[in-house]
Write a protein that binds this ligand. Sequence first.
Ligand SMILES: C[C@H](O)[C@H](O)[C@H]1CNC2=NC(N)=NC(=O)C2=N1
Length: 133
Amino acid sequence: MWRNEPTFVVQPSTMEVEMSELTKQSCEACSADAPTVTADQKQALGKDVPDWQEIELDGEEQLQRVFKLKNFAQAQAFTNKVGDLAEEEGHHPAILLEYGKVTVRWWTHKIGGLHKNDYIMAARTDAAYKDMQ
Ligand SMILES: C[C@H](O)[C@H](O)[C@H]1CNC2=NC(N)=NC(=O)C2=N1
């Protein structure tokens, strides 16, 4: 017979839930006339990817994060994971692969700036990095 043992469900913290929100989302189709994110959206979305910097390069706003890895082979493996993610979503970053270091930049080429998709992919990149630790 099933003993009615109490089952304790561990509730993720709101932060984890928020973080997991973006990592669970997929990129939405975005056309060349899609708007870039507003300042308010940047503020709200930025909270889910706190380790990323908003930079401007060639007049285009981008998200950038430098990931530290143990050596070149680990950096290469992480680069490939990010590349696979990008192919899956049809949304691609700029990646600089160095010994023990990978610099990733996300932005949406067709709108020349930041779209919600870039925040989703930044969160997914963080999750891929976490999986490698
Ligand atoms: C045809 C192809 O789907 C488009 O060119 C995609 C490819 N990957 C992309 N990646 C990014 N970051 N921005 C884009 O606008 C983009 N467009």
